[in-house]
Design a protein around this ligand. Structure first.
Ligand code: ASP
Ligand code: MG
Length: 405
């Protein structure tokens, strides 16, 4: 007998009929002899409606009241699921986050879970009750309702699994698992059987539609095994778990891309101590995160500096950098919004050489120019012209042998 946490997202909970389907799945796992905690999201589209209603009421809704509002979506779905299970003859009980309680900090709309009191849930489980918990929400120490950020039910589920020491946390969604790349670009992309926490974090752009990234950080910290799978079939999905020897044998596990960055270059910056700080401090003060940075070798006392920022912050960043560049006596600022970052990810890179050079030659064979490169232990990223994104993803997927069997 195991303790299983199952989480169902908005699509799986999208209608009364779909909730019945969820209840049948929950009941089946329970009947196999497991203790069950089910964490659910609001019915699909509901949270968006609630957010829209807040924005219709006023331009800048207070964050506290925003959370009171958007937390209602999950209240509907826990009640419906618990009712359905009861009508099927099972003992079931719903909990809002505050009833558990799931204690968070007070950062409304992006609160972090600090503590979960599992006492009541444990008692319910002991007498055979299926516990249904509202995802996405908690309560702070002052007693105000909080929410965890969009997609936060995944994090609720992993946190509940960690707090109650569950054997597995199954995240049911509308896709079969995590793929080696975006199947819309590469139809031959294959489902990964398992992926390490570190890889999953690096593949945020692939996985973030499937798993809230914070839930992966949580799973990693507490060693929760997460199984991502579809609520519409019985196929095994993808296990997100700690690194093992099989994973290391694979050179590259996945290819990701990101079209949400822009590039800024500062030309002929005087090469002396303190200049980088003078350029980057105003950006961090404006809360703009800088991703890749390249500083060229200096030449006659001057150097060029190039970096990327989120495209959404591009205009703001450019203005700040132009001012800072003038102050430090740089020759000028150049920029480019039409870039993309393509990355290869895999824990196998730690123990194999030649992975980066294979990436570079694959791109160059297609005549794709690499504008910037950055590397971490398990990732190599290249900035390229964004019109080549799809081509780059396709040839890299092929070069590293990731297509289906
Ligand atoms: N209902 C929330 C949202 O739409 C939380 C979730 O679905 O995970 O963001
Ligand atoms: Mg989700």
């Amino acid at each position: 007998m195991a303790l299983v946490v199952q989480k169902y997202g908005g699509t799986s909970m999208g209608s009364v009929e779909r909730i019945r389907n969820v209840a049948r799945r929950v009941a089946r796992t329970y009947d196999e002899g497991n203790d069950m905690i089910v964490v659910v999201s609001a019915m699909s589209g509901e949270t968006n409606k609630l957010v829209a209603l807040c924005n219709e009421m006023c331009e800048f809704p207070s964050e506290r009241e925003y959370d009171v509002m958007v937390a209602t979506g999950e209240q509907v779905s826990i009640a419906l699921l618990a009712m359905c299970l009861q009508s099927m003859g099972y003992k079931a009980k719903s909990y809002m986050g505050f009833q558990v309680p799931i204690i968070t900090d007070s950062a409304y709309s992006k609160a972090r879970i600090e503590e979960i009191d599992g006492t009541k849930i444990r008692e319910d489980l002991k007498n055979g009750t299926i516990v249904v918990v509202a995802g996405f929400q908690g309560i702070d120490r002052e007693g105000s309702l909080t929410t965890l950020g969009r997609g936060g039910s995944d994090t609720s589920a992993v946190a509940v699994a960690a707090a109650l020491n569950a054997d597995v946390c199954e995240i049911y969604t509308d896709v079969d698992g995590i793929y080696t790349t975006d199947p819309r670009i590469v139809p031959e992309a294959s489902k990964m059987e398992k992926v390490s926490y570190e890889e999953m974090l690096e593949m945020a752009s692939l996985g973030s539609k499937v798993l809230q990234i914070r839930s992966v950080e949580f799973a990693k910290k507490y060693g929760v095994v997460v199984h991502v799978r579809s609520s519409f079939n019985d196929n095994p999905g993808t296990l997100v778990t700690k690194e093992d020897a099989d994973m290391e044998a694979v050179l590259v596990s996945g290819i990701t891309y990101d079209k949400n960055e822009a590039k800024v270059s500062v030309m002929r910056v005087p090469d002396k101590p303190g200049i980088a700080a003078k350029l980057f401090s105003p950006l961090s003060e404006a809360n703009i995160t800088v991703d890749m940075i390249i500083q060229n070798v200096s030449h006659e006392g001057y150097t060029d500096l190039t970096f990327t920022v989120p495209r959404a912050d591009f205009k703001k960043a450019l203005k700040i950098v132009e001012e800072a560049a003038a102050k430090v006596g740089a020759a000028g600022v150049d920029s480019n919004e039409s870039i993309a970052k393509v990355s290869i990810v895999g824990v196998g890179m730690r123990s194999h050489s030649g992975v980066a050079s294979k990436m570079f030659s694959t791109l160059s064979n297609e005549g794709i120019n690499i504008q910037m490169i950055s590397t971490s232990e398990i990732k190599v990223s290249c900035v390229i012209d964004d019109k080549y994104t799809e081509l780059a993803v396709r040839v890299l997927h092929e070069a590293f042998g990731l297509a289906k069997g």
